[in-house]
Design a protein around this ligand. Structure first.
Ligand SMILES: [Fe+2]
Ligand SMILES: [Fe+2]
Length: 326
């Protein structure tokens, strides 16, 4: 894997910088369209998606799921990564001017992205998001405490670098699915504003992935083995909460059934089908494959302790060595 040096990454960031006013906010969202690539939503892979839901209900589900995705980005970038990376700046300044510059640009860009997703939510559901960023995403107290601890000691509690790598590479995958669905005439059309926001987001995130790769080498790789074991354990716990559809995904289904009285009696069936999209299920295959995560999966291969831990929670991950010999 080729990885540009930090100076080159910072130069590209300055050259490619954009204003979010380039996004066509004035057009608003088109509520007659889907907002998110269908194949990346869990209910799409369930029998009820075509067997129970009608076109209108499928679209509502898709729009609600897109709102959850925007909430996820605001949480990840504003509440989580910005806090942790700010905590890293004093150390980075001592390492190199280039590393500090990259992290400062990273912060600026994440603040910009948060504003993009906040605007998108306000346009998608003005009433709900007028005064709050989160509806489907509800953080537990211990999760909030863990983020605060990471911001205090971001080099010791460093599994956040893996979380950043995974989600930032996911951003690139999201946009490639937007592009694929938009080019496929057999699939539902996607809202232009959602498409644009994810497109602009992806432009910066491709560089953020490169910064994460450097941080793995600077921080994770240098950790003493007991620190590394603790972080491997914590990463596994954190990912287990994300990979299997529960909590927010069940709230989305409940909201869908509250909006459409016709399917209200089906809520448990839909929720159970969504919960069942774990392990090697079609949803997991669509979300977590080597195609979705080429770099992350390669790093799982390279750092085999992390790879082993991730096999427990990302069941679709098989180390490359094992794949070759199978
Ligand atoms: Fe971002
Ligand atoms: Fe990012």
């Amino acid at each position: 894997m080729t990885l540009p040096d930090l100076k080159t990454i910072a130069e590209h960031a300055r050259k490619d910088a954009y204003s979010i006013e380039r996004i066509q906010w004035h057009k608003g969202v088109d509520t007659s369209l889907f907002y998110f690539p269908e194949v990346l939503t869990p209910l799409f892979h369930c029998p009820s998606y075509s067997g129970v839901l009608n076109a209108d209900e499928r679209r509502t589900y898709n729009q609600l799921f897109a709102q959850y995705v925007s909430e996820q980005f605001i949480f990840l970038e504003d509440r989580f990564l910005c806090k942790v990376v700010e905590g890293l700046l004093p150390w980075a300044a001592g390492v190199s001017f280039e590393l500090r510059s990259c992290l400062e640009i990273f912060l600026e860009e994440e603040i910009k992205h948060t504003e993009m997703f906040r605007r998108l939510l306000k346009l998608s559901n003005p009433e709900r998001y007028a005064t709050q960023d989160f509806y489907f995403l509800r953080l537990k107290k211990h999760e909030d405490n863990l983020i605060k601890a990471m911001a205090q000691v971001p080099r010791q509690l460093n599994f956040w670098i893996w979380v950043a790598l995974l989600f930032e590479e996911k951003t690139i995958d999201y946009f490639s699915h937007y592009r694929m669905q938009q080019r496929d005439n057999s699939k539902a059309s996607l809202d232009t504003l959602h498409y644009q926001v994810h497109q602009f987001h992806m432009l910066d995130e491709a560089r953020h992935v490169q910064i994460d790769e450097h941080l793995l080498k600077y921080i994770f790789e240098q950790s003493p083995s007991f620190i590394r074991s603790i972080n491997t354990f914590l990463l596994r716990k954190a990912m287990a909460n994300y990979t299997e559809p529960k909590r927010a995904n069940i709230l989305i289904v409940e909201e869908l059934c509250a909006i459409h009285p016709r399917i209200r009696s089906q809520v448990n069936r839909l929720a159970n089908e969504v919960r069942a999209q774990r392990g090697q299920s079609p949803y997991q295959q669509a979300q977590f494959s080597r195609k979705n995560f080429p770099k992350t999966f390669s790093y799982f291969d390279f750092y085999s302790d992390i790879g082993e831990a991730m096999r427990g929670v990302i069941k679709t991950y098989v180390p490359e060595e094992e794949r070759k010999s199978a």
